[in-house]
Design a protein around this ligand. Structure first.
Ligand SMILES: C[S@@+](CC[C@H](N)C(=O)[O-])C[C@H]1O[C@@H](n2cnc3c(N)ncnc32)[C@H](O)[C@@H]1O
Length: 258
């Protein structure tokens, strides 16, 4: 229940894929022969890599069987691997001209030790390119993390839900500049537009809220948690003149060349 669900995730397919398109556009590689997409999900980011470099041999890697099932159906011409990113990074001996990851590495712990291992999979002349959300201080994130600690919810969360693991810009620069020939990194604020604050809840039900919902015992309790989350975020996202709400969403992009 409440594992990764490609249908829920792809309700916002355009918004979720745009960072991959923006990231691939900035990678200064003409013709990578081999590319791997870590945390490829339903294959939307993998397809963005393929559109930019149609001749590349592309592998998509993800730990979720359900996400990979959609990826295989929609894109049978790529190679698909089911694995945990950290486990793969610890055991991998293959080299790739492009190691790509969009919206996945924030689910992988210990970036200080895992990212150098991931970078070691980059062939000379190649690049590691990744994007992670960088919005931990935004109300849509703080409200989510604070709710399980409230008096009402504390007892229902005996274990802490997994939250995004994202470090500072300086951290990624210092870590990767030790072995990269060049590091390019930037932040972008995307503005997502929803019909109401319920849209923000719907958006996060596809990803960030999953570890919270997984810990709750049944559908009524999950619905109550989502209602409380909606009530908590609503004052932070006032309606525009046309009734819509805007969700500013900061993302960090990193490209490290070998
Ligand atoms: C937010 S989706 C991103 C999907 C796609 N890359 C995109 O750009 O939309 C995150 C994906 O990372 C996968 N994932 C999360 N933690 C992972 C891990 N430790 N190892 C492998 N895949 C992981 C999830 O199964 C999910 O498919």
């Amino acid at each position: 229940m409440n594992a990764w669900d490609s249908q829920q995730y792809l309700k916002f397919a355009d918004e979720r894929t745009r960072p991959s398109v923006d990231l691939t556009a900035r990678v200064a590689l003409d013709a990578p022969a081999r590319a791997i997409d870590l945390g490829c999900g339903p294959g939307n980011s993998t397809a963005a890599v393929a559109r930019r470099w149609p001749r590349a041999a592309i592998t998509g890697l993800d730990s979720s069987a359900t996400m990979l099932a959609t990826a295989k159906t929609d894109h049978p011409n790529f190679t698909w691997v089911q694995s945990d990113i950290a486990t793969w990074a610890g055991a991998n001996t293959e080299k790739f001209d492009l190691v790509f990851s969009n919206a996945a590495l924030h689910w992988v712990p210990e970036h200080a030790t895992t990212l150098p291992k991931i970078f070691s999979a980059v062939a000379p002349g190649g690049a590691l390119a990744f994007q992670v959300p960088h919005s931990l201080a935004s109300p849509h994130q703080t409200c989510m993390r604070e709710l399980p600690a409230t008096a009402k919810w504390r007892a229902r969360f005996p274990t802490k839900p997994a939250v995004w693991l994202v470090e500072s810009v300086d951290f990624y620069y210092d870590l990767l500049s030790q072995s990269a020939t060049r590091v390019d990194l930037w932040l972008t604020d995307y503005i997502y537009i929803f019909n109401g604050p319920e849209g923000i809840v719907e958006w996060h039900q596809g990803a960030a809220l999953l570890p919270f919902l997984q810990l709750l015992p049944d559908e009524p309790t999950r619905a109550e948690f989502l209602a409380d989350y909606l009530a908590a975020i609503t004052p932070h996202y006032p309606r525009q003149a046309d009734g819509k709400v805007l969700l500013p969403f900061r993302r960090l992009f990193v490209i490290a060349y070998r």
